[in-house]
Structures are given as C-alpha cells and as structure tokens.
Design a protein around this ligand. Structure first.
Ligand SMILES: [Fe+2]
Length: 220
C-alpha cells in the first residue's frame, strides 16, 4: 500500500465517522430515547361551566379572604416536546376535586357540599422555558378514584392533549382502573410524583414537580 492510498483510506474512515455522528444527532433518533408522558382520558369532569377566576392560584377565588381547605401544594413542571425542548405558548389547564372530593362540574357527587373557596380549575400559559406553576391542594380520593390531578394541554393547531398525575406512595393507586391502564411501569412512574413537604414552611406546604414530555415535534 502506498502512502497515498493509506491517506485516502484514512480520509474515508474519518468521513464515515462523521456521517455516523451526523446520523446520531437526527432529532427523530434522539426522540426515541425520551420517555413520553402517557396520555390519559380527560374523564367526565372537565368543568361544564368555567369559573370566572381561571388563574393559576386555585387556593383563592377572585379576591376572596378565605383560602380553600386542603394541603397547599406548589405544583410546577415543564412542558417538553418529543426532543425534550421546552414548549412555549402551551396553555396548561388543571382541574381536580376539592378537599371533600367534589368537582366544580355540576354533575359531581355532593355538589352542594363543594368548598366554594376552592377554584377547582386553573390555567397557565408557558413562556420560553416551558415552565408552568399552580398553587393548589394535594389531591384527595373520591369514590372510584385514587387521588389525581387532571391536565389538558392546548396549543395552536394541535389536538387537545390530556393526562393525569398521581401521588407517589399512595396505596389506592394500585386499585385504580385508569392508573392500571398504563401498562408500562416506566410510564406509570412518569405520572407518579412526590408531594414533598417544603422545609421551613410553617403551614405545612408541599411542593410537587410534574414534567410532561409530549409526543409533539417542534414547531417549524
Ligand atoms: Fe378525576
């Protein structure tokens, strides 16, 4: 082999390596590595009448002086696309029962018992970091369901996307039909989150993080 041929072979080798690296960074391939948050049913209790106050503080309705009953929870996370990039301008909606297990929805059980100081529903529009934040209560069970918070994502030009999150360590999870419908243990883990006491909080507030990885591909 002449030194010229050796040189050419080497060039080819380096070129091939380069091609390999390029393939490795194709977004579609990388996306396969990410664990998607499982989609789950919207359920029957999305509010039939939206409250006048739809902000991200569910503990106080309008300018009310009395906060909702329940364990105050700071619920936050990021909305991500299929590559793990933050999604901006995603409208994040949550809804959940009050401390007595009652939804805002007029068809909810014991509707007349509802905690009028709990907003029951809230909205947050993400910015460039994809981050959302709600002040709400730790979810409690209601007949037939383990504690959960419903989420809907609404984005321009996209179909509505819904899921639910659950409390890590909650024994009722394993008896819950919707929860058990998520067959993959990793996908279950992705929707089962810690509600951890905040150090130094005198009123026993909790913090919970729930990142949502959608199957959406980035907007072009
Ligand atoms: Fe529900």
């Amino acid at each position: 082999m002449t030194s010229a041929t050796l040189f050419q072979n080497r060039r080819r080798f380096i070129r091939n390596l380069g091609l390999g690296a390029a393939l490795f960074t194709v977004p579609g391939l990388f996306a396969e590595e990410l664990l998607r948050t499982p989609r789950q049913t919207e359920g029957p209790f999305y509010p039939d009448h939206l409250p006048l106050d739809t902000d991200n503080d569910l503990i106080i309705v309008n300018d009310g002086a009395t906060p909702a009953l329940g364990e105050i929870t700071h619920l936050s996370g990021r909305i991500l696309d299929a590559r793990g990039e933050p999604i901006r301008n995603a409208l994040v909606e949550i809804w959940q029962v009050d401390s007595k297990g009652v939804y805002l929805h007029s068809g909810s059980n014991d509707h007349n018992q509802r905690d009028k100081n709990f907003q029951g529903f809230g909205r947050f529009l993400t910015g460039s970091t994809g981050e959302y934040y709600f002040r709400t209560i730790k979810p409690v069970p209601y007949p037939g369901r383990t504690p959960h918070v419903h989420f809907a994502l609404k984005m321009k030009g996209r179909e509505k996307w819904t899921t639910q999150c659950y409390i890590k360590g909650e024994p009722l999870n394993e008896k819950d039909g919707v929860y058990k419908d998520i067959a993959d243990p990793k996908a279950r883990a992705a929707v089962t989150i810690d509600f951890a006491p905040i150090k130094g909080s005198k009123i026993g507030e909790l913090a919970a993080r729930f990142d949502i990885v959608t199957g959406f591909t980035p907007a072009v």
